[in-house]
Ligand binder design. Structure first.
Ligand code: AMP
Length: 629
């Protein structure tokens, strides 16, 4: 099957294309309805199909004869533990944990929050929820208590699963005090908190509410997977929007299974038995699609790595893992490769490892800069591919489809649209733009299976955020262009979302926090270039009249509050004082102009600008910022 043929068919007749892909799945009831239009512009995939994602990921693989094949390899340089689970072993662990969840009153459709480090039990917890039809929401362990509380109040979980601690290369981060604090702040309370005690820290358990994971599990009985509708939610994944309130992206069981099996085979070129390494965290969408569901539903062996690219113990960590487990292909964010390059610019550590098993490397989460791209290809000697996706889509929108013939890759671009995605570029008025013309990147409806069709408990917000800006199209929030051969170039977000080390964060949320400081009159937070992290936030602050606080002191206080409220992952550590901010005559801060000045890009002062003199002042304050190369 060629890329060209698949792509043309997927756009001309999406229902026929995806009905064929769905054939390969072991449904309890095969869908007879493939695609239905809803009046509000959203779509339903496989409406009358019935399946179970955990069954497909585990039991089905055993039925296909993979029971003794390794399903999951846990490699934890921070604890020194290496552990492997066959499909049989993983299924048995998950079935028992699912039994415990049910014993604790968790049923179909109930929310379960998972706030855990990168341990096998985190993946088991996700699969256990899927087995009984509960809806999991994994919250990244780097988020502070307040962020966890926001998600608890939105997801309204029956149960919260956590561990006593997570581990960095140099310290133990206790999770339980964060959970306790979040539950003090949250209005909603889960009935129980299940705590995995790790030897590096012991958590205090609150009688009546908290339970010891291992003890509780000892008396649990395994349970079988339940039949679910294709449209039943598998999970909620919160992601930053442009406001402080995170968006609960909802992923459905049916579309997700069809899309991920397609992606693993045709985009990533994976076959059953291959070893796949999704280098990410279960707290992000990549962790869901490329650590847990995608590889397991495809019969691969998945690697779950609790470590860093450097310092655990050094910049050869990734290459050691590739060699040790014979990894066939991997996914990684560019920021990790930049960190490795900084420590091993000539690839000396790479050459010490046998990478012969590795066929290719896929990078996403932020733009892959050409310098890192060229370096990585040179030092590994392997094809390196940029590809682009979002939490909302759950699987790649553009990518080289290495499992399809005739699929070319083009360095510098995040490659062509994957079958199923009709990617277009529009100007501000919604007119289609031609090759090489830059505008808003959109996807013509219907979105393919797997893409989110709603936000948890707030369908209106989904419609407003994604479908109403350009009727008939899904609005990605990214700007860029297509070249004449259809290769896509992503230039960055067109909204107030920034990407720090591949983590998506809302500048609006940080602005709210900065503005709460008693000395601050007003502020704007923008993303500025960072050599390793891609972007980091910078706050431009106007002080209240008569305020004498020094910039250094203000910085300490603001850094403290962003750490406390959002978490260290925000990497918020730059504040600049300015006399005023550029605004429209109606008083709106012109953040797009600020971003251009910070990036050293040419810009045209908007006609709505109140006082053009302010731009010179801002340029002077931001003149020393590092620029993208
Ligand atoms: P997230 O939902 O956290 O995965 O973030 C998605 C956003 O990350 C996209 O909307 C893009 O702005 C950015 N992104 C992801 N992959 C790429 C890529 N390959 N090139 C450029 N930007 C990317």
């Amino acid at each position: 099957m060629t890329y060209q043929h698949s792509y043309a068919q997927s756009i001309a007749d999406p229902a026929a294309f995806w009905a064929e892909q769905a054939e390969s799945l072991a449904w309890y009831r095969k869908p007879s309805l493939t695609l239905q239009d809803n009046p509000d512009g959203t779509h339903r995939w496989f409406a009358d199909g019935r399946l179970n994602s955990c069954y497909l990921a585990l039991d089905r693989q055993i039925e296909l004869g993979r029971g003794e094949q390794l399903a999951l390899i846990y490699d934890s340089p921070v604890t020194g533990v290496q552990q492997a689970f066959t499909y049989h072993q993983l299924r048995d662990e998950v079935a028992r944990l699912a039994g415990l969840l049910r014993q604790l009153g968790v049923g179909k459709g109930d929310g379960v929050i998972i706030y855990m480090p990168m341990v096998p039990q985190a993946a088991m917890a996700m699969l256990a929820c899927a087995r009984i039809g509960a809806v999991h929401s994994v919250v990244f362990g780097g988020f502070a208590a307040n962020e966890l509380a926001l998600r608890i109040d939105d997801a309204r979980p029956t149960l919260l699963l956590t561990a006593s601690c997570g581990l960095e290369f140099d310290r133990v981060i206790e999770y339980k005090p964060l959970v306790d604090r979040a539950l003090q702040v949250a209005r909603h309370q889960p009935r129980n908190v299940l705590v995995l005690q790790r030897p590096q820290a012991r958590a205090q358990l609150q009688a009546g509410r908290d339970l010891d994971w291992q003890q509780a599990l000892a008396s649990a009985e395994p349970v079988a997977p339940v039949e679910l509708d294709a449209g039943d939610p598998l999970y909620i994944m919160y992601t930053s929007g442009t406001t402080g309130k995170p968006k609960g992206i909802v992923r459905e069981n049916g579309g997700n299974a069809v899309a991920l099996c397609y992606a693993m085979r045709h985009i990533y070129g994976m076959q059953a038995g291959d070893v796949w390494w999704g280098i990410s965290d279960v707290g992000w969408v990549v962790g869901h699609s490329l650590i847990v569901y995608g590889p397991l539903m495809s019969g691969c062996t998945t690697v779950l790595y609790e470590g860093k690219p450097i310092r655990t113990p050094d910049a050869s960590a990734y290459w050691r893992v590739v060699e040790q487990y014979q990894v066939s292909a991997l996914f990684c964010a560019p920021t990790a490769m930049r960190a490795i390059r900084k420590e091993d610019p000539d690839g000396e550590r790479i050459r010490k490892h046998d990478l012969s098993s590795l066929r290719q490397l896929f990078l996403a989460g932020e733009k892959l800069d050409s310098s890192t791209h060229e370096w990585l290809e040179r030092v590994t000697g392997k094809p390196v591919h940029d590809h682009w996706w979002q939490t909302e889509t759950g699987w790649p929108v553009t990518a080289p489809c290495v499992g399809l013939e005739g699929s070319a890759a083009r360095p510098g671009s995040s490659n062509r649209a994957v079958p199923g995605y009709h990617v277009r570029v529009l100007d501000d008025d919604g007119h289609l733009l031609g090759p090489d013309q830059q505008g808003s990147i959109v996807i013509a409806l219907p979105l393919p299976p797997g893409c989110s069709q709603t936000l948890w408990g707030d369908h209106e917000r989904y419609l407003q955020a994604y479908l109403q800006t350009y009727p008939g199209y899904y609005h990605t929030g990214d700007g860029g262009y297509l070249d004449e051969d259809g290769f896509v170039y992503i230039m960055g977000r067109t909204d107030d979302v920034i990407n720090v080390s591949g983590h998506r964060l809302s500048t609006g949320e940080m602005e709210d926090l900065v503005a709460r400081h008693p000395a601050v009159a007003e502020c704007a937070v923008i993303g500025v270039h960072d050599e390793i992290k891609g972007q980091v936030p910078l706050a431009l602050v106007v002080l209240k009249d008569g305020e004498g606080i020094a910039e250094a002191q203000l910085l300490v206080e603001l850094v403290g509050s962003v750490r406390e409220e959002i978490g260290a992952l925000a990497c918020f550590n730059q504040v600049r004082l300015v006399k005023r901010l550029p605004k429209t005559r109606s008083g709106k801060i012109l953040r797009a102009v600020l971003r251009k000045i910070a990036d050293g890009q040419a810009y045209v002062p908007p006609s709505t600008l109140d006082d053009p003199a302010v731009l010179g002042e801002i340029e002077a304050v931001l003149a020393d910022l590092p620029r993208a190369g």
